[in-house]
Write a protein that binds this ligand. Structure first.
Ligand code: HAM
Length: 433
């Protein structure tokens, strides 16, 4: 009997799915640095890290984000598990955090940050992926407009810290249950009067979510909405007061902003303060760097007690593309501190790299019993300023040759002394005695 050859042929080898990609060294060092910088900032702002599952009961997003939104209606990865549970891969990070809040009822205000992949079946293009990654933060349990300022400031200061300067902030208010329903009636009747004039997509969908028409970039919708009543002109007194306090706060802490009455965003949970940061260094279609706002009704929508909330999310890929476009936040240099060259069989290298690593050094070595010349080549590539060379004579004497790869000088040193030095100084660079 012959065994079936089930190897995938090389020409048909699997690749990462469309709209996804691998993050590998050395570029991944930039991801690491970006996330680390955000973690430090979020911690300073009083946020704790939250990890929630990558998939949820699909209702978290259907109810949370809204059935009429594109993210739910067209882009969500929804499936049944083997027991028939209706699940969805998270298209965003906010609804899961609110689900976790409702489930665990932590004391308020609850301040959490996250870093997470998000999945959307998008039309793939530069800066738009089917798996993207977001850094975000959410605060639940307070209506205080000063928190809105804090959240916007966190995003703003993070962008600044990365070195980004060409970022615009647009802000608006989407009202609340007091003022929005009557406005929507007004908008509906306006759009009904212009029914035949909307673009093909919105001619069909406007009645389900009339606000979305403001988001349409097509000429017919732009024309119709140019004279449409604006929500901002119909806010109730408390929403107006809230917005005034937020924008006064932004002015006070020196954050430039502009009001954008057309801003509606793609998720339906927003109430009151809503904002978006755009990178002017990026192409129009994918230049949203981050966005967020209040979602004071979301906890209730997910079966919880009435609990106001606000947050923002920022795409890691977009952030890095913007850094590229602005020429800031380069890939951090990753070089070894020391490289061990062992031509006596490798046992010394095996033990020495570990002892050096335990002493706090980034120590590297070559493998497979290569020649001295070949090992020195790898040492060069590692960027290490110092090589420790072990030949037969050094092995017998319990020493190593310390070669300064920059200056080209070298000297011999007992291994014990070398390790003591490494422990004391944490590094050997320039360490030829
Ligand atoms: P969002 O605007 O849908 O908001 O996404 C946040 C950010 O994620 C965008 O500004 C963009 O940088 C990035 N992003 C979104 N979709 C993609 C994609 N397909 N490819 C690459 N990057 C993308 C939210 O998700 C809300 N959860 C934000 C929030 C937090 N609101 C309140 N709290």
């Amino acid at each position: 009997m012959t065994e079936v050859d089930d190897r995938i042929p090389a020409e048909d080898a699997p690749r990462s799915p469309k709209g996804t990609y691998d993050v590998l060294p050395p570029d991944s060092a930039r991801w690491e640095a970006l996330i680390a910088a955000y973690a430090v900032l979020a911690d300073r702002h009083g946020f704790g890290l939250a990890h929630t599952p990558m998939f949820e009961d699909a209702r978290v997003f259907r109810r949370g984000i809204g059935e009429a939104s594109e993210v739910v209606g067209k882009e969500m990865y929804e499936f049944e598990d083997r027991s028939g549970r209706r699940l969805a891969l998270r298209p965003e990070g906010t609804a899961p955090i609110v689900r976790a809040f409702v489930q665990h009822r932590p004391p308020v205000p609850w301040r959490v940050w996250y870093v997470t992949p998000a999945f959307r079946y998008e039309q793939v293009q530069a800066g738009r992926y089917r798996q993207h990654h977001q850094l975000g933060a959410e605060v639940l349990g307070t209506e205080d407009p000063d928190v809105d300022v804090e959240l916007i400031a966190l995003a703003h200061d993070f962008y600044r810290q990365l070195g980004l300067t060409r970022v615009d902030l647009r802000v608006t208010s989407l009202g609340d249950t007091e003022c929005r329903p009557s406005y929507l009636e007004l908008l509906r009747s306006y759009l009904a009067d212009h029914d035949g004039e909307l673009c093909d997509e919105h001619a069909v969908s406007w009645s389900r979510n009339p606000l979305r028409v403001f988001d349409c970039k097509r000429e017919p919708c732009l024309k119709v909405t140019a004279d449409a009543p604006r929500l901002f002109d119909h806010l109730c007194e408390p929403c107006t007061v809230h917005f005034a306090r937020v924008t006064a706060g932004l002015d006070s802490v020196g954050i430039a902003w502009s009001r954008d009455d057309r801003l509606v965003r793609g998720l339906d949970y927003y109430t009151r303060t809503t904002f978006e940061f755009t990178a002017t260094a990026l192409e129009g279609a994918s230049n949203a760097l981050g966005g967020g706002g209040r979602y004071d009704l979301l906890a209730e929508a997910l079966g919880g007690p009435p609990t106001p909330g606000i947050g923002f999310g920022s795409g890691i890929e977009r952030l890095l593309l913007t850094c590229d476009a602005e020429g800031v936040f380069p890939v951090p240099e990753q070089r070894a501190d020391v490289f061990v060259v062992d031509v006596t069989g490798g046992e010394t290298a095996r033990d020495l790299v570990l002892r050096l690593r335990r002493a706090g050094l980034r120590a590297e070595r070559a493998y497979d019993a290569r020649s001295m010349k070949s090992q020195l080549k790898v040492a060069d590539r590692s960027g290490a300023p110092v090589a420790l060379i072990v030949g037969q004579a050094e092995l017998e004497a319990g020493t190593v040759v310390v070669r300064d790869l920059v200056a080209g000088t070298q000297s011999e040193m007992p291994v014990a002394e070398l390790l003591e030095r490494a422990t004391l100084t944490g590094q050997l660079a320039g360490g030829t005695p």
